[in-house]
Write a protein that binds this ligand. Structure first.
Ligand code: TC6
Length: 676
């Protein structure tokens, strides 16, 4: 758990709890013993604490938060470090996060290597730094920097840490221990952060709360963080710390933190493919081919270019290619204007791109991703051509969002090399990739798909083949019911409000406007058989035409549209329906519960490996509010019996073929959950 070694008069304590030196009960006990023993050990004059392996520490052991507290608490261990009569130096490399950084704050001096990152990310787990962090950090770096770090949860670089006074000196990582020991020898006496005062700035909290109001609106943890930091100004250290403990205890037991911790572990679980050995080899990927320079193809390419991987992009016409490349450049330049990239980085990325009209140029690519429009015949034609020209061992991927990977693979002589890599729009921004495992996809192809997605900073989730895979399949009942409820009497504003009040970034109709009302529209006929047909025929194709279910101004701000209201009325009359009031309860049941129901079917059919994978799809692909954990987690929280009753209440209206998933009914009766 820890290792100790005496170097003449310097005691070196190494946190050694792979993989991230989490501060579980064993580490806390060993650390407190080592500090206590050092107080009476005449040989020890100074103490250095550092971490083994890749980092200082990833913080408290998050798995312990669900269990009753055991052994000595982290705040008590850190108080003992700070109270040490012998000076204590923290030597940080890799990362010092959460409780890890709080240990360093309890030390009397802090060193960091140049590449280290220091942060208090507790807020993203729905808690606050509960081991003195909210009291010590402001004393060390001032109110403004402390509010920023604690409420955003974002780590700072070592150079920033030096600038704000969080660390005393930067050291080389090479010879970390020796460098820290040499520094320790220059120290005479302890210097305790708790003895410092935070200079008060009367308006700082109000200003900060106002500037961040939108971000922290529905969230408990950032508000508690601000209250605890305020105590560092208003109260003596011990009283501030007592308040911090109280707030921590409330948060950790609350629904939001439970959901956010679920999201943390769900994301990590999704990376593990059941039945795939850890040592499954990966195919080397150094050159990517992308077919289709449209919005998706361009966005997909940017991910690889940004990661320093060359991309050959092919399209049918010079015009399409030029437009696509122009859009990619414009996206990069916009990022540069916002200061997220330097102009050299933009150039480096664009230099890695080879646009061409020559399909044969894909012959030396290791991974080729098809990103043309959704048409099985077109995709089959492309894959048959790819089969002829791609080098042996190349991975052939389709970005299809609905179609069968097995059918696409069937036109090749190498179906084991084919898989789906379904990116979400905008593909250079959205973190989710559904990695679709065909019936014949080889293990090493799947493993490579997962790892290349991670290389480009995505969160991959495995799905098996079905129409729409995980995310879009669940979207179908939601959209169908949203359309149906418009005809029955709801307005687009009402349906969308239920979703945004829930915490979604947008509602189902706003989402259709963003994606394009014309997606899937039969533009070659004059038939007007659905609301979608009517909107499209009226040129209301969504945000891109500034008119869809809403009217849009130049800044894409939506306002309700009287034209749409008329179109809906017209359709309702023609369908012989009578307008009725639709309750929010009905909207929840028919859009959110139906999604949960579809998710349960996806689980039953083994399309998703686990319920938490479905949650990850919704968190990263559709902006499901993280503090509600994902649809399956949420369903468990509100109770599966509630979901089933809601579905039963509106079953007749949900759709002719509607049925409740047997997994859902069973668990609702036996009191089980979808997650376990
Ligand atoms: C806190 O400190 C509160 C203090 C107040 C107390 C009063 N605990 O992410 P990876 C596991 S709250 C337990 O794949 P990376 C992880 O689940 C904490 N387990 O690695 C995974 O397990 P698996 C504040 C943890 O190199 C394995 O370790 N700290 C913890 O990509 C590897 O993880 C944070 O919020 C943990 N603290 O990234 C930091 N951390 O193999 C949370 C990781 O069984 N951690 N595991 O799946 C991270 O952000 C990242 O893990 C990382 C390393 C950046 C440290």
């Amino acid at each position: 758990m820890i290792e100790t070694k005496l170097h003449d008069d310097v005691l070196e304590i190494v946190l050694a709890n792979a993989p991230v030196n989490a501060l579980g009960a064993g580490v806390r006990f060993a650390l407190s013993q080592a500090i206590e023993n050092a107080q009476t050990d005449v040989h020890v004059r100074v103490i250095v604490i550092r971490g083994a392996g890749k980092l200082f520490s990833g913080g408290a052991d998050i798995t312990e938060f669900d269990q009753p507290p055991t052994g000595c608490t982290l705040p008590a261990v850190i108080d003992a470090i700070e109270a040490s009569s012998k000076p204590v130096v923290a030597a940080i490399h890799g990362m010092a996060l959460g409780g890890g950084l709080e240990i360093a704050l309890g030390c009397h001096y802090r060193l960091a290597t140049r590449t280290a990152k220091l942060g208090l990310p507790e807020v993203s787990l729905g808690i606050l730094p509960g081991a003195g962090g909210t009291q010590r950090l402001p004393r060390l770096v001032g109110l403004e920097a402390a509010l920023d770090m604690i409420v955003s949860g974002s780590p700072v670089s070592a150079s920033k840490a030096l600038e704000i006074g969080l660390v005393n000196q930067l050291i080389d990582e090479q010879g970390l221990a020796a460098n820290a020991i040499a520094y320790a020898r220059t120290i005479d006496a302890p210097r305790r952060t708790r003895d410092r005062r935070v200079s008060s700035d009367a308006g700082a909290f109000e200003r900060f709360a106002a500037a961040n109001a939108r971000k922290i609106k529905d969230l408990d943890a950032p508000k508690a963080c601000i209250a605890a930091i305020k105590a560092s100004v208003d109260l003596p250290f011990d009283e501030g710390q007592a308040l911090e403990r109280e707030l921590f205890a409330e948060l950790v037991a609350g629904a939001q933190s439970t959901a956010l911790r679920h999201a943390f572990f769900a994301e990590r679980a999704a990376g593990k493919v059941l039945g795939l050995a850890k040592e499954t080899p990966r195919r080397p990927i150094t050159k990517i081919g992308v077919i289709g320079a449209g919005t998706m193809g361009g966005g997909i390419s940017m991910n690889f270019l940004s990661a320093g991987i060359g991309v050959t992009i092919v399209d049918m016409t010079g015009e399409a290619l030029e437009r696509g490349v122009g859009l990619m450049r414009a996206n990069y330049e916009a990022s540069a204007r916002k200061g997220r990239l330097s102009s050299e980085q933009v150039k480096e990325a664009m230099d890695l791109l080879t646009p061409t009209l020559d399909f044969d140029a894909l012959e030396d690519c290791d991974l080729i991703i098809e990103a043309v429009y959704e048409n099985m015949a077109v995709k089959k034609e492309i894959f048959a051509r790819l089969d002829d020209i791609a080098k042996p061992g190349a991975i052939l991927a389709s970005n299809t969002s609905y179609l069968s990977i097995d059918e696409i693979a069937s036109v090749t002589n190498r179906p084991a090399d084919v898989l789906g890599l379904h990116f979400f729009s905008p593909a250079n921004v959205m973190k989710l990739v559904e990695v679709v495992r065909g019936a014949k996809t080889a293990d090493d192809v799947l493993a490579t798909g997962m790892s290349i997605a991670r290389t480009i900073g995505k969160v991959p989730v495995v799905a098996r083949v079905c129409y729409g895979f995980i995310g879009n399949r669940m979207l179908i009942p939601r959209q169908d019911n949203a359309y149906a409820m418009l005809l029955e009497g709801a307005t687009p504003e009402q349906i969308d409000r239920v979703h945004t009040d829930f915490g979604m970034p947008m509602g189902p109709l706003q989402m259709i406007d963003l994606a394009g009302v014309d997606i899937g529209w039969h533009r070659d006929t004059d038939r007007v058989e659905s609301l979608q047909d009517a909107l499209c025929a009226a040129g209301r194709w969504g945000q891109k035409t500034k008119a869809g279910f809403y009217d849009y101004d130049d800044k894409r701000k939506p306002t309700p549209s009287p034209v749409v209201a008329e179109i809906i009325d017209d359709f309702r009359n023609r369908a012989g329906l009578k307008r009725r009031a639709i309750s929010d309860d009905e909207i929840v049941a028919r859009t959110l519960y139906t999604m949960v129901n579809e998710g349960a079917k996806i689980l039953e059919e083994d399309i998703a490996q686990r319920a938490s994978d479905i949650d990850v799809v919704w968190l990263y692909g559709y902006g499901w509010p993280r503090h509600k954990g994902g649809p399956m987690f949420w369903a468990d929280q509100i109770g599966l019996a509630t979901v089933v009753q809601g579905l039963e209440r509106y079953a007749a209206r949900i759709g002719e073929d509607f049925s409740i998933a047997s997994l859902l009914s069973r668990r609702a009766v036996d009191g089980g959950s979808l997650e376990k």
